[in-house]
Design a protein around this ligand. Structure first.
Ligand SMILES: Cc1ncc(COP(=O)(O)O)c(C=O)c1O
Length: 421
């Protein structure tokens, strides 16, 4: 797909205020469009100007916790504010007239971005909702087995635990290696857990705890032919690394739009392979749509309309920068600090260094120190904001730079770690 379909789809109803009108003096993304190349990955001057032009971030602390949700770039945030205002002004008249056409166009544009068919896409409120629609929609039978890893997202684990109680499914948990040497090492864990009753494997494409990227396609290719459903949690990989949803080889993929895609909070996306829509029962009662129509799954009531109307603006931002440029810069930032942190005595980086196995997110721990104290000291001493994450058997500090972060901020992090370790 050509991701450079720049500014495509910005003309929706009243929400047509293209973000190039944000401020007369403010450089526009359009001004920048020809500048984004993978050669600029290490050009701090370029990224400093980019930050100044497109982000409004506080200067009283360094935010290295961008994994929770993404700070919206200024043009996206301004478009969002305009959308809130206009929805309020035009109120139900807009929702009862033009909104449905706008929504269809927005969904179609987003589907293009994700390289899927709009008939396979569902815009949800978040990844948790998207994945619950898929997980709870399957026709579980008592004794069906599902394989999870201790590093999957807790909400998904809890959904399966609920089904364990409600439907009598069996949850098998595997331990994934923290620093795998090969894809085979990972696949072997799944092989050991698969039985003739295995019905489904949940895979977190990019693990939120450490940033490790799993070889989802290889795992899907290995186990799908045995009739095992692969459900992918792509909350962190979508719009952070360059991949095509369909190429993951899974029939069900849940995504969030308020992390790396940079949309306002409260939007997600579910992809269901066309041939599998009929296999999902609606989580929210619906008797109007055909069994193979994705619409049967979206009977969940009114969504945040301003949030949805802002999707094209967030999409245009991604399309202008391009995901390969974003991925390369984010991986560079991660490698910048992890390669230095590794050299500090007592520090253990808990993220694979291999570019195919990680990107923006990484984590570390300091031997002999409580992780919560490391986080507190980083903030107290250096005003560096990070977050604790809980692996099945240990706690780590997760560090997540975003596109607006600069290497000078990572130098402060490194100084902080040195002074603590
Ligand atoms: C791996 C993973 N999956 C799912 C989610 C849930 O995303 P959402 O907030 O969109 O429901 C998160 C949120 O942090 C996550 O890290």
């Amino acid at each position: 797909m050509d991701r450079r379909k720049v500014l495509k789809g910005l003309g929706f109803g009243f929400a047509t205020l293209p973000f190039i009108q944000v401020k007369a003096t403010q450089p526009t993304l359009k001004d920048y469009s020809s500048y984004f190349t993978t050669d600029q990955t290490t050009d701090e001057k370029f990224w400093k100007k980019f930050r100044k032009d497109f982000y409004d971030v506080p200067d009283d602390f360094i935010n290295l916790e961008n994994g929770y949700f993404g700070v919206q770039p200024i043009p996206v945030y301004k478009a969002y504010l305009q959308n809130i205002e206009q929805v309020n002004v035009n109120s139900s008249r807009y929702l009862r007239t033009d909104y449905s056409k706008d929504f269809t166009e927005i969904k179609s544009g987003l589907s293009d971005f994700a390289c899927i068919d709009a008939g396979e896409a569902l815009i949800t409120r978040n990844a948790t909702e998207a994945l619950n629609i898929a997980i709870q929609g399957l026709d579980w039978q008592k004794g069906d087995e599902v394989i999870l890893s201790g590093q999957d997202y807790f909400s998904m684990i809890e959904t399966f635990e609920m089904l364990e109680k409600q439907k009598g499914i069996i949850v098998r948990r595997i331990d994934l290696p923290l620093l795998p040497e090969s894809d085979e090492e990972i696949i072997k864990q799944y092989e050991a857990a698969v039985s003739s009753n295995t019905r489904c494997i949940l895979l977190t494409h990019m693990i939120h705890l450490t940033g490790q990227i799993l070889p989802v396609k290889k795992i899907a290719d290995r186990f799908k032919p045995q009739g095992i459903d692969i459900i992918v949690d792509a909350a962190h990989s979508f719009a952070q690394i360059d991949f095509n949803l369909k190429d993951l080889g899974a029939d069900f993929v849940g995504v969030t739009l308020h992390k790396w895609f940079g949309n306002p909070l409260g939007a997600g996306l579910l992809y269901v392979n066309k041939t599998r829509i009929k296999d999902l029962s609606p989580l929210f009662g619906d008797s109007g749509a055909d069994a193979d129509d994705i619409k049967k799954l979206d009977h969940f009531g009114t969504l945040s309309v301003p949030t949805i109307l802002t999707i094209p603006n967030a999409q245009a931002f991604n399309e202008t920068i391009t995901i390969p440029v974003k991925e390369k810069r984010l991986r560079y930032l991660q490698n910048y600090w992890t390669s230095r942190a590794k050299e500090i005595p007592n520090v253990m980086v808990t993220t694979p260094y291999d570019p195919a196995r990680s990107c923006a997110i990484a984590s570390f721990k300091i031997e002999g120190m409580q992780t919560k104290d490391v986080i507190q000291q980083l903030y107290d001493k250096k005003k560096v904001f990070t977050v604790i994450r809980y692996l099945p058997d240990q706690e780590v500090v997760r560090v997540t730079p975003s596109l607006y972060n600069l290497t000078e901020e990572l130098d402060v992090l490194i100084d902080g770690i040195k002074s603590i370790a």
